[in-house]
Design a binder for this molecule. Structure first.
Ligand code: ACO
Length: 405
């Protein structure tokens, strides 16, 4: 007699749930989403309030520690992050080993994983201080590494971090500055980038976060786990959507712009076309993604600051949204814009090239990944993640030697 609890866990039940539509794989106290209401809370705080009242580093502190910092805690946290913004000088050779035209996400997957080879002194995952130092190292080094991936692709010298600037300002300088002249950070654009980072900081058990947790459940080190998360984020159905959305808008623009939206929507509705409206739809939100609202406001601010109010892609995106939201196909399926619908336009206005968009997402999400990883490792009875399967292959059969096949 087989005790099915041994096979299928304490409940004794086996569930078949492809895509995990209704299976929770963990308990978490970090992020809450009410998909029907369109609500997103980090540690209980609404994203709308965090985006207005806090900066990204405060949000990182919140996600990692469970509450917002007071001024002294904020300063101490910032100092710890600033101490780690440099990467080991030998790491620069990793970047130089890639082809110049390599996708920056490919570079990021490799280089973040390679951090495990340099920071042996924080790899004891059972030690809470090691876990914290690894988290700080990742948050601190990601902007440096993302900017290096970009600088390498355009053939410019790497810019080293300047720790008197804000987290976002420092990143902008490393991306757009050169050693030849002093880079002036525009405060409106700096705030917009900081907001992009806040809005992307965590989103509970999405594909990349679940990957980080699964990788981490085997005891793998945090740098390797975050590299696995970056790999998962790269796909167009996840973090690659803002890049894909901007490409889509560009194509509609080329085909005739606003006048051609009707044809494009008809194509999306034709199931044989394989075309999706990128930046629309979400597994959890069956209402307007609250991040998309904030991103649309940020879009207005940034385009206004740069005198690009009449940006044709923004106008096209607004019209496309309006038409889709009135269309029965999208209404019936509860498809609304997600955060990526407008984030590409903002990033483009900030001067970030399209192929870097997903890297910015990875930079922002690193804190969410590492907070979720830390929460899991800190559990007293943490188990290795091991999904079951519904086997549909051949029944037992005998091997015939090759000469007789
Ligand atoms: N365009 C057109 N139709 C869509 C879209 C879309 N963007 N999204 C979903 N649908 C349709 C599906 O074809 C399906 O139709 P059906 O019921 O007639 O078969 C129905 O809506 C339900 O969609 P599912 O694919 O079952 O939804 P799921 O939860 O599996 O997928 C996903 C969610 C992957 C985000 C999907 O909406 C999508 O591919 N969107 C475009 C890519 C995108 O913007 N991704 C970013 C997500 S947010 C993020 O990662 C930050």
């Amino acid at each position: 007699v087989v005790d099915i609890r041994k096979l299928y866990g304490a409940s004794g039940k086996f569930t078949f749930d492809p895509g995990f539509l209704s299976t929770a794989a963990c308990e978490s106290k970090i992020t809450y989403i009410d998909g029907d209401k369109g609500e997103l809370l980090y540690r209980g705080f609404p994203i709308e309030q965090l985006a207005v009242n806090c900066d990204y580093l405060e949000t990182c502190y919140l996600l990692l520690n469970g509450d917002l910092p007071n001024e002294a805690q904020r300063k101490d946290f910032e100092n710890r992050v600033l101490k780690h913004t440099m990467i080991h000088e030998q790491m620069t050779r990793f970047f130089a080993g890639f082809r110049r035209d390599a996708h920056p996400m490919a570079i990021l997957v490799g280089c973040v994983g390679a951090l495990s080879a340099f920071y042996h002194d924080s790899l004891d995952i059972q030690n809470p201080e090691h876990r914290f130092v690894s988290a700080i190292r990742l948050i601190a080094k990601m902007p440096t590494m993302v900017a290096m991936a970009y600088k390498y692709s355009v053939g410019q010298p790497f810019m080293y971090p300047r720790n008197d600037l804000s987290y976002a300002g420092n990143f902008m300088r490393m991306m757009f500055g050169t050693p030849c002249e002093e880079y002036q950070v525009n405060p409106v654009l700096e705030r917009a980038l900081d907001r992009i980072l806040i809005l992307h900081a965590d989103h509970e058990q999405n594909a990349s976060t679940s990957t980080v947790r699964l990788a981490g459940s085997s005891g793998a080190n945090p740098f390797a786990c975050i590299a696995a998360g970056i790999a998962t984020l790269w796909g167009p159905a996840h973090g690659g959507a803002n890049e894909a959305c901007l490409v889509m808008l560009g194509e509609i623009q080329q085909q005739g712009g606003i006048e051609k939206i009707g044809d494009f929507i008809a194509n999306v509705k034709d199931k044989n076309s394989g075309v999706k409206l990128m930046g629309f739809g979400h597994r959890v939100y069956k209402n307007y993604d609250p991040r998309a609202k904030l991103m649309r406001e940020t879009c207005y601010e940034v385009l206004g600051e740069l005198g690009l109010e009449n940006d044709p892609l923004f106008a096209l995106a607004m019209k496309l949204e309006q038409i889709a939201l009135e269309d029965e196909y999208f209404v019936q399926r509860k498809l609304y814009p997600n955060v990526d619908f407008y984030s590409g336009i903002v990033q483009r206005a900030l001067g970030i090239p399209t192929e870097m968009f997903t890297c910015i997402f990875a930079l922002a999400r690193t804190v969410g990944w590492i907070a979720q990883w830390g929460e899991m490792i800190g559990e007293p009875d943490q188990k290795i993640g091991r999904p079951r399967q519904l086997f549909t292959g051949s029944t037992r059969r005998e091997v015939v030697p090759i000469a007789q096949r």
